[in-house]
Write a protein that binds this ligand. Structure first.
Ligand code: 5AD
Ligand code: SF4
Length: 441
């Protein structure tokens, strides 16, 4: 038998890309490839890309340029672009960067082995279809190798919301939910391989409506079914839209012990005028109302959000509304971005606001969010949390894991193993993590 070929994958962007990269590596495993962490060693390089903001997309081209020397030295090296830039730019990528041999969109990567075979005949390969067949059905069964304690699991893809700034409905397509039994099978399989926490992924995960016993299941129904899987201890989900926070999902946050008290609920802006122009289909008040109901169900829930500053026509007053909304909510963590024009989206042709103004707003917004994050972290000191340990820390005997609130927690605990869950008393809060001590049984 010939030695296996080596595949190097670099992943950009969201958690769904992390999941997709795993699945691509697995399916290429069936075509005789093993993964390598060393790009100089690779027979094939795949960049799994993100198109959400201009900077993310441009990074891909600068990275590709860096492979020229490698390809000159080894003309057999194959270079591929996967993910959302592949979907959005297709053939243009090969025109702009002739080093690229293969372009594959997020809905067709189950066809990678056939595409690789085409490359072997000296041709280039391009596939940005939204095929009829379900890629998850076509992908090889997941290998049985042991895994770490946490995993992502895609349950829903695509988006029908069409926020005016966002490329996702174009790059990932319209909303599709995977059937519940397939998700449950995949979850059981992950648990058998050592996983104790699963994060359910979807661009609009709480709009999940997959086929299940007795008709379509909601995300809450799926979470309840997953909570019956022995050995699965923790369930999370991301990313959600405020309008899809249904009663049963809010209720599950109050009563499903395995559903962790953490919710990423992007709002983007606190100004109704801007929310309307963004086509968000909710107001600041309706968002706050949803938060109020979630907190009534689960008072200790940690909230996370996404914000865009400098959206076309955003005034100082609109921005102040956003700061006010942040003050009203109190976020434990958040992601904030300067608006980035995306070709083909409805907001692309609108008058842009001054870049210095946007920079200044981003600075002020991030200062407020950091203050809130630090306050909430500080408030954890003295509290008892449950930690799922993932890996050794830098100091001798130290282990690092995540609390139910998704805070990283460092504990000196030489007897603890990855995958263990233990009660911990928080003793200290530093910029990006907490420290604590095991609580004796
Ligand atoms: N510009 C800036 N931020 C964006 N996001 C999505 N599209 C854009 C854009 N064009 C942000 C939103 C979204 C997150 C994933 O990325 O906040 O929730
Ligand atoms: Fe993009 Fe809006 Fe859909 Fe989120 S809800 S993926 S921001 S279009």
């Amino acid at each position: 038998m010939s030695a296996p070929k080596k595949l190097f994958i670099k992943t950009y962007g969201c958690q769904m890309n992390v999941y997709d990269s795993e699945r691509m590596a697995e399916t290429m495993g069936g075509a005789g490839y093993v993964e390598t962490q060393n790009v100089n060693d690779a027979d094939m390089i795949l960049l799994n890309t993100c198109h959400i903001r201009e900077k993310a997309a441009e990074k891909v081209y600068s990275e590709l340029g860096r492979f020229r020397d490698l390809k000159d030295a080894r003309p057999d090296l194959k270079i591929g672009v996967a993910g959302c830039v592949a979907q959005a730019e297709g053939e243009e990528i090969m025109r702009r960067q002739p080093l690229v041999d293969l372009v594959v969109g997020p809905q067709s990567y189950h066809r990678l082995p056939e595409m690789e075979a085409k490359l072997a005949t000296g041709q280039k390969a391009l596939d940005t279809d939204f095929p009829e067949e379900d890629k998850f059905e076509k992908l090889k069964a997941r290998p049985k190798a042991k895994r770490g304690p946490t995993a992502f699991l895609t349950v829903q893809e695509g988006c029908d919301k069409f926020c005016a700034f966002c490329v996702v409905p174009y790059t990932r397509g319209s909303e599709v939910s995977r059937p519940a039994d397939r998700i449950l099978d995949e979850a059981r399989d992950l648990v058998e391989r050592g996983v104790r926490e699963i994060t359910l992924l979807g661009q609009n995960v709480n709009a999940y409506h997959g086929a299940g016993e007795g008709g379509d299941w909601s995300l809450a129904r799926l979470i309840w079914a997953l909570s019956d899987v022995d050995g699965l201890e923790r369930i999370r989900f991301t990313t959600s839209h405020p309008n899809d926070m249904s009663d049963d999902l809010i209720e599950a946050h109050g009563s499903c012990a395995k559903l962790m008290p953490y919710l990423h609920l992007p709002v983007q802006s606190g100004s109704d005028r801007i929310l309307k122009r963004m086509n968000r289909k909710h107001t600041a008040e309706s968002y706050l109302k949803v938060i109020e109901r979630i907190r009534a169900a689960r008072p200790d829930i940690l909230l996370s959000g996404d914000f865009i500053v400098g959206f076309p026509e955003e005034t100082d007053a609109d921005f102040e509304d956003t700061l006010r909304l942040i003050e009203a909510v109190g976020y434990g963590t958040a992601y904030s971005f300067k608006y980035s024009t995306r070709p083909g989206t409805p907001a692309a042709n609108r008058p842009q606001i001054d870049v210095d103004v946007a920079d200044d707003r981003l600075r002020r917004l991030q200062a407020l969010l950091t203050r809130q994050q630090q306050q909430i972290q500080q408030s954890m000191v003295g509290r008892e949390v449950s930690v799922l340990f993932e890996k050794p820390g830098r100091q001798p005997g130290q282990m690092v894991g995540k609390s139910e609130y998704l805070h990283a927690v460092h504990v000196v605990a030489p007897d603890v193993r990855p995958g263990d869950i233990a009660r911990v008393r928080i003793t200290e809060s530093s910029t990006n993590s907490l420290a604590g001590a095991l609580i004796a049984d």
